[in-house]
Design a protein around this ligand. Structure first.
Ligand SMILES: [Zn+2]
Ligand SMILES: [Zn+2]
Length: 386
């Protein structure tokens, strides 16, 4: 079969690889579509994981083979059969460990194991003609209703990550929220918040995206760089916000949001998924701060310097303590929301179809990734369709 293999930084190659062999209780799925996700772009552009791998994890397709063996409790429950059209989730939490009990599913060891592959180290495999679905991610298989498309199925995973983040904000109907960035992710935030009767201020650098934000339910729109205009400090004079969602990897947007939310409000980071230099050293030195002992002698112990984050980000800690503003993050999906997400997308209360603007054949996956990484006026969600 054909697969797009990641061979190194920005090096994606169309290759011929064996169709994955499946074992007992496993599925072989013929990929119909796979969404291009920012987290894969990051891995491809920065080489954060070693090659070779086949990426792509927002996958929908049809079951072409089911591994032998007595049906497991899971497959029996799902009553999967050859020919079923399905949406896949490449990781599933154990629901039982310390992290799962704290609802921090993305930190669960079982969740960190990717259970879908087109060969090599499992990495999603959606940029290939067929994928092997392992037993431990079968609870993540969702059947696509006849009236819905494979593309809608492929959107379940990204929609889940957004609904999870919205839940973490604990907003009340009538609250006001800023959504910074109106790409496909920001637009889905805007719509999901509007469905929960939250009033949204949408910002972006592109006028075209702000017009779309209106269609997705934004009550107010503003060009991001215009927010502080009119002789005021950025954000001053704007009504108070109860929350801000930062759907762009901009530190300035975070700083501005922390000023804009009122006391007791929350700022949620959704796009800051690339570790800083300091952050990536953490695992090596075990401490995000660089400590040097005064006087040079080993074990003398006095701390002389702290070298902090190299960016210009300044956080007034009193805004957290005194104003009780929470700075929180949200990453990846929440398995317990899966059924709700499927209802939201398949009922089209959240209609994801207008978000999909570009479809690329498998051979042009590199071009699909490049476009997703550098969106244009008219590009939103990019899909690869083998
Ligand atoms: Zn994704
Ligand atoms: Zn767990």
């Amino acid at each position: 079969m054909r697969a797009v293999v990641y061979r190194g930084v920005n090096d994606l190659r169309l290759e011929t690889v064996p169709v994955p062999r499946i074992g007992a209780h496993e599925l072989l799925v013929k990929v119909a579509v796979c969404g291009v996700c920012p987290t894969d772009i990051k891995k491809i552009q920065y080489g954060t994981v070693p090659p070779p791998r086949v990426f792509g994890h927002e996958t929908a397709g049809a079951i072409v083979k089911i591994g032998a063996g007595i049906p497991s409790p899971v497959t029996r429950h799902l009553s999967l059969k050859v020919g079923d059209r399905v949406a896949l989730h490449h990781h599933v939490p154990c629901l039982d460990c310390h992290f799962c009990r704290h609802h921090a599913f993305a930190q669960c060891a079982a969740y960190k194991r990717t259970g879908i592959t087109a060969g090599f180290e499992p990495a999603g495999g959606g940029y290939a003609e067929y994928v092997r679905v392992m037993p431990f991610v079968l609870p993540g298989v969702v059947k696509i209703p006849a009236k819905n498309s494979f593309e809608e199925g492929a959107m379940l995973e990204p929609v889940n990550t957004i609904l999870k983040a919205v839940r973490r904000l604990n907003l009340l109907p009538g609250d006001r929220a800023l959504v910074a960035g109106q790409g496909p992710v920001g637009l889905m935030f805007t719509k999901i918040l509007q469905l929960a009767r939250i009033r949204v201020l949408a910002t972006d650098l592109l006028e075209s995206r702000l017009r779309l934000a209106r269609k997705f339910g934004a009550k107010w729109i503003s060009l991001a760089h215009r927010m502080g205009e009119g002789g005021r400090r950025p954000g001053e004079g704007l009504f108070p916000l109860d929350a801000a969602i930062i759907a762009v990897p901009s530190d300035d947007a975070v700083q501005q949001a922390l000023r804009l939310v009122r006391g007791g409000g929350r700022v949620l980071l959704f796009a800051h998924t690339k570790r800083s230099e300091v952050g990536s050293q953490k695992s090596e030195v075990g401490n995000p701060f660089s400590l040097s002992a005064a006087g040079g002698g080993e074990g003398r112990g006095e701390v002389a310097t702290f070298s902090l984050h190299p960016s210009s980000f300044i956080l007034d800690l009193a805004s957290i303590c005194l104003d009780e503003k929470d700075l929180i993050g949200s990453y990846s999906s929440d398995f317990t929301l899966q059924a709700e997400v499927a209802r939201l997308v398949f009922s089209r209360r959240l209609d994801v179809r207008p978000l999909i603007t570009h479809r690329f054949p498998l051979a042009q996956t590199a071009a699909a990734v490049a476009l997703a990484a550098r969106p244009t006026e008219d590009s939103l969600k990019i899909i690869v369709a083998p």
